[in-house]
Design a protein around this ligand. Structure first.
Ligand code: SF4
Length: 936
């Protein structure tokens, strides 16, 4: 591309760039640079339609220059107008994302409908710049009437213009200005301040609104030399005509045609496109990743920054791309498509606000406490909150967090128990910091809440050095939210204010909703290394070198515009706004331009044919029957390598536990007293016993909102022990009930439980008290009376085997004849055959053996199920075995069990296979690895 002659007068050159022509931006920049002496290119201003295109132009320009240089100005029209207004304007600009919140507060409508009205105002301001609301109202009314739109439809639009009026008045009264009005003021600023770059480049424009046209017009008028490039294709004149006409009608231009000396090459004959169909989204992204990796490894493209991957619906693909590309070791940067509200620092920020508004629920509060984005947050929280959150069973409540040392007093982890006092101190510190914001929870103005939050964020040092932007951004958002109060002070007062005329207060919840809206509509401009991943529309007017265009399924490309609730399509057409036909056509325009400019080897088109059980067709933009097969051979990621060359299978790491007998001598040797309960636990499964009782390992599980079984057991044992200790003195049920109520009050008061659980236990126990009374009466009738609860016993029942334990309850018939009772909160499981044949549930009979060794005759032993209010006795009434028979067979089992234990036998073998069903060791257990043993 060559320019003829020296510039002596105003020169405006327009280049119609055919779709297949690449490198027009480079040519324009080169030409403009050649006209500048020295290396100060700041006299060049390059305007482009999108931030993406600007980044592309910056890279291109950088490649053109060799030495150090002052770069040209490169920006979008909006950025230019904002810049000029910040220098010469006198009102305070507000961002687009705060507008729906202002509208919502002014109109009393929800934020959803307010954002519809905000889009309506935006469209009107872009397409009718500088027009007063009265004439817009009239124009709309006549169009609605002309098109016979039912009143219901037109009324919505008319109401919206009324809100538009209020909105403008509110802004004017507070000397505020929105982005559209900034653009409307821009032409006057350009003229007044004689803003004139030496060379103006308008690169890649084709869809320009009247508001933008006014700015471009004044810029071109002020500038000596203007170079304009616009994409062109005979099939898409519908799209390009309006910009073309604008240039032609307003300026004296030199056009370059394909026949002239400066012409760009003609488009090559239309290429035959092909595409790959994948069975699903995962496979599609995987296919793209493999293709890119192969491209890189083969050396065909060593600069990943040149590769662009785009999808019409980026949000569907975002996380999958992130995951799969990471697996293939492909660095990638996403375009500004992720709303700020979904990024880490802001998720932590909203978690903080949600926590205060909802009384510190476990998950959001834990997220806030462990977030790395609050530098001054005690490090202890980051380390311990995950465990505390798992084990505490907290649902929500400030007091629950402050009472952790009570709630977790029984937790097994000693390290966690040790840290609790310090944790409690830090909790007091953080709650003190949160107090000012908490005091505004139910009533506070946006200004008060914004200020309190701002102070809190600076106290906690929100954000990290690598996210320095977040700190600035958030104070910008808070300043804008604080403005809302001022806007609402303008009469007439909006009707939604709760407390009448003087009341401007909101709940923290409303503040969160507003802030969240702002965060979800603001995007973070991402710049980074590697493959660039973007949405489809962001690629308009760009010139990628390698393009992977995925997700090209019918319905997604072209996609339908969102239904406009205020302006029906025929009204839009009449008003010259972007209507459905134009929207669809625009997508086709972008697609054709992108695909025509790339050689087939640099273009990869694809779609996923299925999602779950739904089948899809390829986009109608793709040619019929042009499906290509694709196979990217090779081992391209670590997982594949591991699958192809398995090293050591997991099963080979799973082994039986072997422990030297001397290591367990201290705990279970001849001189130690073994707990009776350990005998049953060891017999249940040796391996499980070793893991849970010797190593004391427990799986990390989120505690349910329930009373811990151990604690419940302790409470019931204590109640029963104390209540039954006086059972002889109760003359009737009422006396027992009165004693039980008193006792429950005293015992439960001391327990670290929420009132809900205390009441639950009290009510449940009192409801079964009549049945307990029945049982006690029966025992009395049989001649038994209570003598001791929680009775410690120990002794040497077999030579060199010393046992110890605590019997829940002993009743006597005579001074030497007793019965033993074990309380259980669950159902009683005492099977006589299991005891004799398998040695299950030895506990009670070992106690009986111990009592026997102390000179007592144990008549029977029973499990007292508090749940079923029933005692199961052994021996039973018709039992052919006596207690001595049971003791004898249990002692045989005891001897063998202790001998195995002392040998260090921890073989995985369950006494009852049901145990394996709920065993945490299941996945790593050699017993389960043997398929014949595995429980199906
Ligand atoms: S899965 Fe069964 S055999 Fe294995 S450790 Fe657990 S209970 Fe024992």
């Amino acid at each position: 591309m060559q320019f003829q002659g020296k510039i002596m007068q105003k020169q405006i050159k327009v280049f119609h760039v055919p779709f297949s022509r690449r490198g027009s931006t480079e040519e324009l920049l080169k030409e403009a640079a050649s006209r500048i002496k020295g290396s100060d290119y700041s006299k060049i201003l390059c305007l482009s339609p999108t931030p993406w295109k600007i980044r592309e132009s910056q890279k291109i320009f950088h490649k053109l220059t060799e030495n150090t240089y002052i770069p040209p100005g490169m920006m979008t029209i909006k950025q230019l107008s904002k810049k000029l207004y910040s220098l010469h304007g006198n009102k305070t600009p507000i961002s687009g994302s705060v507008i729906p919140i202002i509208i919502s507060q002014l109109s009393g409508k929800g934020i959803g409908f307010s954002s519809v009205i905000s889009s309506f105002i935006d469209e009107i301001k872009q397409y009718r710049p500088g027009k007063d609301i009265e004439s817009i109202h009239k124009e709309l009314k006549s169009v609605f009437e002309e098109l016979n739109v039912p009143e219901e439809g037109s009324k919505r639009a008319m109401d919206a213009t009324e809100i538009f009026r209020k909105y403008q008045e509110a802004l004017a009264a507070q000397n505020l200005i929105d982005e559209n009005d900034v653009m409307a003021e821009c032409p006057a600023i350009i003229r007044e301040h004689n803003y004139s770059p030496a060379i103006l480049i308008l690169d890649g424009f084709y869809e320009v609104t009247p508001s933008e046209e006014r700015i471009l017009k004044s810029m071109v008028e002020q500038t000596e030399t203007t170079l304009i490039s616009m994409p062109y294709d005979n099939n898409f004149t519908l799209i390009t005509n309006s910009f073309d006409d604008f240039i032609k009608n307003n300026f004296n231009i030199e056009t370059t045609t394909s026949g002239s000396e400066t012409a760009l090459p003609l488009p090559s004959s239309e290429k035959r496109l092909s595409y790959v169909s994948y069975p699903g989204i995962d496979e599609e992204v995987e296919g793209i990743a493999r293709h890119i990796k192969n491209l890189f490894i083969s050396g065909r493209c060593r600069s990943l920054g040149k590769i662009i991957v785009a999808f019409p619906k980026l949000h569907t693909y975002h996380d999958i791309v992130q995951r799969v590309f990471k697996r293939y070791g492909i660095p990638c940067t996403f375009s500004a498509s992720k709303p700020l509200g979904k990024t880490e620092p802001y998720l932590a920020l909203t978690a903080l606000l949600e926590s205060i508004a909802d009384d510190y629920p476990r998950l959001p509060f834990s997220r806030f406490l462990t977030s790395p984005h609050f530098e001054k947050m005690p490090a202890l929280f980051r380390e311990w909150i995950p465990q505390i959150s798992l084990y505490s069973g907290i649902i929500k409540g400030k007091n629950s967090w402050l009472g952790l040392s009570k709630t977790l007093s029984n937790v097994k982890s000693l390290a966690l128990r040790d840290i609790l006092p310090e944790t409690e101190k830090e909790f007091k510190w953080i709650f003190k910091k949160l107090k000012p914001l908490e005091s505004l929870k139910d009533r506070g103005t946006f200004k008060q809440i914004s200020e309190a939050l701002h102070k809190l964020l600076s106290d906690l040092d929100f954000s990290r050095p690598e996210d320095a932007d977040a700190k600035e951004q958030v104070s910008g958002f808070l300043k804008e939210l604080a403005l809302i109060d001022n806007l609402l002070q303008i009469p007439p007062r909006p009707p939604l204010l709760k407390g009448g005329w003087g009341d401007l207060s909101y709940s923290l919840r409303e503040f969160i909703d507003s802030l969240r809206y702002i965060l979800n509509t603001s995007e973070k401009e991402a710049e980074g290394e590697g493959v660039q991943v973007s949405g489809f529309f962001e690629l308009r007017c760009t010139e990628p070198e390698y393009l992977y265009l995925g997700g090209l399924k019918d319905g997604d490309l072209p996609s339908m515009p969102e239904i406009d609730l205020l302006l029906p399509d025929n009204v839009k057409t009449k008003l010259g706004l972007v209507n459905m036909k134009r929207y669809l056509h625009l997508q086709q325009f972008i697609f054709r331009r992108l695909t025509a400019a790339l050689p087939s080897k640099n273009l990869h088109l694809s779609y996923a044919a299925m999602e779950a059980d739904r089948l899809f067709l390829p986009s109608p933009f793709l040619p019929w029957k042009a499906e290509a097969t694709e196979k990217t051979p090779g081992i391209l990621c670590r997982e594949e390598e591991m699958l192809r060359h398995p090293e050591i299978p997991l099963a080979s790491h799973i082994k039986e536990i072997g422990i030297k007998s001397r290591l367990i001598k201290k705990q279970f040797g001849e001189n130690s007293k073994i707990r009776v309960t350990d005998i049953d636990a060891y017999r249940t499964c040796h391996r499980k016993f070793f893991i849970e009782k010797i190593l004391r390992l427990e799986p990390s599980e989120t505690k349910e909102y329930e009373i811990e079984a151990m604690l419940l057991g302790t409470i019931i044992h204590e109640i029963m022990a104390e209540l039954m200790a006086k059972s002889r003195s109760y003359r009737d049920f009422n006396e027992m009930k009165a004693a039980a109520e008193k006792l429950l009050g005293k015992l439960l008061d001391e327990k670290p439980l929420e009132n809900y659980w205390k009441n639950f236990i009290r009510d449940s126990f009192l409801s079964i008290l009549p049945e307990i009374y029945e049982i006690e009466s029966e025992l009395r009738d049989e001649g038994y009376s209570f003598i001791k609860a929680e009775a410690p016993v120990e002794g040497e029942v077999i030579k060199n085997i010393k046992l110890k334990g605590k019997i829940d309850r002993i009743d006597k018939k005579t001074d030497s004849e007793v019965e033993l009772i074990d309380y259980k909160t669950g159902t009683a499981q005492l099977s006589r055959t299991e005891i004799v044949n398998k040695g299950a549930s030895l506990q009670l009979f070992l106690y009986a053996a111990l009592m026997k060794s102390l000179g007592f005759k144990v008549n029977r032993a029973g499990i007292y199920s508090v749940k079923d209010t029933k005692i199961t006795w052994v021996p039973g009434k018709k039992d052919s075995n006596t207690m001595d028979d049971y003791i004898e067979s249990c002692l045989k089992y005891l001897e063998k069990t202790v001998s195995d234990l002392r040998k260090g036998d921890f073989t995985a073998f369950p006494l009852n296979e049901q145990t394996c069903r709920n065993c945490h060791e299941r996945a790593y257990c050699p017993y389960m690895q043997t398929t014949s043993n595995a429980i199906k």
